[in-house]
Design a protein around this ligand. Structure first.
Ligand code: FES
Length: 194
């Protein structure tokens, strides 16, 4: 079969062209990098940034396109946040940046330079994972770290949340095993203090 279509576009040429388009859409300019981390000069290639992760100052080498999730997992060996959905739709990569829940998979590492990051690894002694265990709120557990961080962030802002508010507050996290009912009970028990 000829690689050249009737329109004169080969399959290989199409793939090369579409790949270039995807790459072009994900390029981060130095201007954007500067806006994300004021004062940090990034033109191209790698640069070193520091961030405080779980109370410890850590340094990473990043390119403008490097995500926070890449840094956490592959440079800091903090693998709790999961690369389930790189567009952030699963919520499995949820971490806190400056106390606010964000998806590490869609957050550029440069935007976190000099900021405080909290991952699920620091919540081992927190009441949230204990409540998940108590209420059997996980099966495969793949979504659990993201849920635990999201619940912690939610309860920090809404310690007296209603069931309706809990449902709405956690709707950015998905559990493929479908443990929502038990997660809900875990969070309700935390709000009630039992
Ligand atoms: S426990 Fe398996 S995805 Fe939630």
């Amino acid at each position: 079969m000829s690689q050249q279509s009737s329109q004169g576009v080969s399959r290989r040429g199409f793939l090369k062209g579409s790949g270039a388009a995807v790459a072009a859409s994900t390029v981060v300019s130095s201007t954007e990098a500067e806006a994300a981390a004021p004062g940090l000069q990034v033109v191209s290639g790698e640069t070193s940034i520091t961030m405080k992760v779980n109370g410890k100052s850590m340094t990473a080498k990043v390119e403008p396109r490097t995500t926070l999730l890449d840094v956490l997992r592959y440079q800091f060996d903090l693998t709790g946040a999961k690369p389930v959905s790189l567009d952030g739709s699963s919520g499995a990569s949820t971490v806190l940046v400056g106390g606010k829940a964000v998806m590490a998979s869609t957050t550029l590492a440069l935007a976190v330079a000099r900021k405080e990051v909290t991952t699920c690894e620091s919540l081992g002694g927190d009441v949230v994972p204990a409540a998940f265990v108590e209420h059997d709120a996980q099966q495969c557990g793949f979504c659990t770290p993201g849920f635990v961080v999201a619940v912690r962030a939610f309860l920090n802002r809404h310690p007296d949340a209603t069931e309706e508010q809990i449902r709405a507050g956690l709707n950015g996290n998905i559990c493929r095993c479908g443990t929502y009912a038990n997660i809900l009970q875990a969070v309700i028990s935390l709000v009630k203090g039992n």
